[in-house]
Design a protein around this ligand. Structure first.
Ligand SMILES: NC(=O)c1ccc[n+]([C@@H]2O[C@H](COP(=O)([O-])OP(=O)(O)OC[C@H]3O[C@@H](n4cnc5c(N)ncnc54)[C@H](O)[C@@H]3O)[C@@H](O)[C@H]2O)c1
Length: 251
């Protein structure tokens, strides 16, 4: 993988940062994007991530780019290619949650989650597809969620977006397979990031107890699987979802 280029959306924080770092550890140059989130210091985190990535001796390009905006995504992909010399891997990690009981979900809460988690991934796949097809090489990994299979209470928008992302994964694998492009997804259970820090402590404690392995994932537990799916060891896997949840969905 050394010397190749990865795009990680939402790569400034949490799981995206862990994925970016795992690529860098393997000598992969990284382009990542992000948006500012309410009550979060994403721009400051982006600087820290950039510094940590450079510590591995790889090249880095980062920019504010909203995956919901197809023009911005196309410009970001071109900038990564210009700055880092190409693109070989795309990880659609950017995602948001706006939870609430279904009968109280606002139009905005529904739309923002679908636009980011689903349409955002589509925008990014479409933007890299011409390059991947031309070079007859590319790996795409979409970050879904266990909530696509076993939703908790109040996640209708999130669960729908992640289930649809799995549908998109399988459809993109069909369209891009003949061009030697693998498209897969991971479905993490709860992962220790700022996203779940806002959930009530009981929810996390229950998840720990209910998962067969008795723990909640560290971001690295998921990052290793994402980067494996981009490696040549996984070259015969496409259109699949790997559930990385410590057995939560089985319990
Ligand atoms: N933390 C968990 O328990 C968990 C479990 C399953 C799946 N996931 C998924 O993992 C992914 C990463 O989540 P996280 O836990 O690291 O949370 P996070 O909030 O730390 O990271 C999300 C990142 O996405 C970026 N982002 C949000 N909207 C964007 C947009 N429109 N355009 C570009 N970037 C945008 C943010 O800037 C942020 O850096 C998400 O897709 C999430 O749904 C998380």
């Amino acid at each position: 993988m050394k010397g190749n280029v990865a795009i990680v959306t939402g790569g400034a924080t949490g799981l995206g940062r862990a994925i970016a770092l795992e690529f860098a550890r393997r000598g992969v140059h990284v382009g990542f994007n992000y948006v500012q989130l309410e009550e979060r210091d994403v721009a400051a985190q982006a600087l820290l991530t950039e510094t940590a990535l450079r510590g591995f001796g790889v090249e880095v390009y980062s920019a504010v780019c909203d995956v919901r905006d197809p023009q911005a995504v196309a410009a970001f992909v071109e900038a990564v290619k210009g700055e880092l010399g190409g693109v070989h891997y795309l990880v659609n990690n950017a995602g948001v949650a706006h939870d609430g009981a279904l009968w109280r979900l606002s139009d905005d809460a529904w739309q923002e989650v679908i636009d980011t988690n689903l349409t955002g991934a589509f925008n990014c796949i479409r933007a890299v597809a011409p390059t991947f097809r031309k070079q007859r090489y590319g790996k795409i990994v979409n970050v879904a969620s266990h909530q696509a299979y076993t939703p908790g209470f109040g996640v209708a928008n999130y669960a729908a977006s992640k289930a649809a992302l799995i549908g998109l994964t399988r459809a993109a694998a069909v369209d891009l397979g003949p061009s030697n492009v693998n498209v897969n997804a991971v479905a993490p259970g709860f992962v220790k990031t700022e996203l779940i820090a806002r959930l009530p402590a009981e929810v996390i404690e229950r998840a720990e107890k209910e998962s067969l392995l008795g723990r909640v994932a560290e971001p690295e537990d998921v990052a290793h699987v994402v980067v494996f799916l981009c490696s040549e060891e996984a070259r015969h896997i496409t259109g699949q979802v790997i559930v990385v949840d410590g057995g939560l969905t089985l319990s």
